[in-house]
Design a protein around this ligand. Structure first.
Ligand code: ADP
Length: 381
């Protein structure tokens, strides 16, 4: 019988694990939030990932559990572990990715480079931090934020009065995270994979370009990153993976500051948008590597096929049409472009797919990937 992997969450990350699983001969099953999600091409069961009984019953049908997102509650994760289920990444590692305050605390304890930060419980505490940092800062809700939701650049504590009100109404109480407004030259991402037995393998560090808090493009490797920059980024991500006991793919989002430091912004413990380029640019894609890692199989080589790979997200798409209607035009116009679609209805701002182009010429890769995404109706391209 084949090895069986269960993925909690039916989004595009679960969807893109499917071809990797097919190639490896791994049986992949998905616990999806609802019918008709991106991962509908696998064996799908629909159920609530917040309900321990539902998740335990799903886990009984597989050999290892992994994730498409980080929102499974700690109580459910611990119920799985207590029942003897192999969960990768495990609850203690995932806790750090689930809560930005816990993340800042753990990274600071490990002596890793992060922006100046503080935990603040009321407007007065926040104002003290802002006054000490030139009157400005970035306030974040510790949990549940994504794609820039739950992140506000502020120049006064009153600009997050609504968040403090929500906290005071929350029976569990709680705090906000405030950080210095980092002056950065660009944003980078360093991905690594780690097996339970300890092996860690990095990909090259990449440059990520965001529009309105959402990833728009990725250039692999990050231009001018050879040497020290790549070494430092790789060292940071390997240290985090090892010290936090991450299993599977870990993405570390970084700021390259205007005074040449690397500061850690965010962590994701699963395949990540900044690693989609690996599907067509790397000998081992992040989806294959994630499966190998959670199954504790030897990790694959992460050398690149060509000098450069550029990924452009398709945000929005042709509203009222299907992306498929545009395929013919893209294929005819840009035969080197690799189009990946998520089976989602186009809607303004929604990530519905991406395009990868690998080339030995960076300008050619950037141009072709943007042009192909634009033909697909990407509002960001
Ligand atoms: P999310 O979890 O929603 O992705 P992030 O914490 O990654 O939120 O922040 C989203 C974006 O906001 C980042 O990609 C970056 O462009 C900007 N940002 C976040 N924190 C800071 C900071 N301390 N200084 C400057 N910009 C920031």
């Amino acid at each position: 019988m084949s090895i069986r992997v269960g993925v909690i969450g039916g989004g595009q990350l679960a969807r893109m694990m499917i071809p990797a699983a097919v190639d490896l001969g791994v049986d992949i099953r998905v616990l999806a939030e609802q019918e008709g999600m991106s991962a509908k091409l696998a064996a799908v069961e629909v159920g609530d990932y917040r309900d321990a009984a539902t998740v335990l019953a799903f886990a009984k049908t597989v050999d290892v559990i992994t994730f498409d997102h980080e929102h499974v509650p700690q109580a459910v994760l611990h119920a799985l572990v207590d029942a003897g289920v192999h969960v990768h990444p495990g609850p203690d590692a995932l806790a750090v990715a689930q809560d930005k305050l816990l993340m800042r605390e753990r990274l600071t304890e490990l002596g890793l480079p992060v922006p100046d930060w503080a935990r603040v419980s009321d407007a007065a505490e926040l104002q003290v931090f802002l006054d000490a940092h030139g009157g400005r800062g970035v306030v974040k809700t510790p949990r549940g934020g994504y794609d820039g939701k739950g992140v506000r650049v502020v120049s006064g504590a009153d600009e997050v009065a609504d968040w403090f009100t929500a906290l005071s109404e929350d029976a569990n109480g709680g705090s906000l995270l405030v950080e210095e407004l980092v002056s950065f030259r660009r944003e980078l991402a360093q991905l690594v994979a780690r097996r339970p037995s300890g092996e860690v393998v990095p990909w090259p560090v990449v440059e990520t370009v965001q529009r309105d808090g959402v990833c728009s493009e990725v250039i692999a490797p990050a231009p001018h990153s050879a040497g020290r920059l790549a070494d430092v980024a790789g060292e940071i991500a390997s240290t985090i993976a090892t010290e936090l006991g991450v299993t599977g793919v870990l993405a570390v989002e970084l700021f390259e500051t205007t005074d040449d430091r690397l500061l850690i912004n965010e962590l994701a413990m699963r395949p990540h948008n900044s690693g989609h380029w690996t599907q067509n640019g790397s000998v081992t894609s992040q989806f294959e590597q994630h499966l190998r890692a959670v199954l504790d199989l030897p990790l694959g080589w992460t050398g690149s096929h060509q000098d450069w790979t550029v990924m452009v997200n398709v945000l929005g798409g042709p509203v009222g049409e299907s992306l498929d209607d545009r395929f013919g035009a893209v294929m005819a116009e840009h035969p080197s472009a690799k189009v990946h679609t998520y089976g989602k209805e186009p809607r303004p701002g929604r990530k519905v797919g991406h395009v990868n182009v690998a080339s030995d010429d960076l300008d050619d890769a950037v141009y072709t990937a943007r042009a192909a995404a634009a033909l697909l109706g990407a509002e960001n391209a």
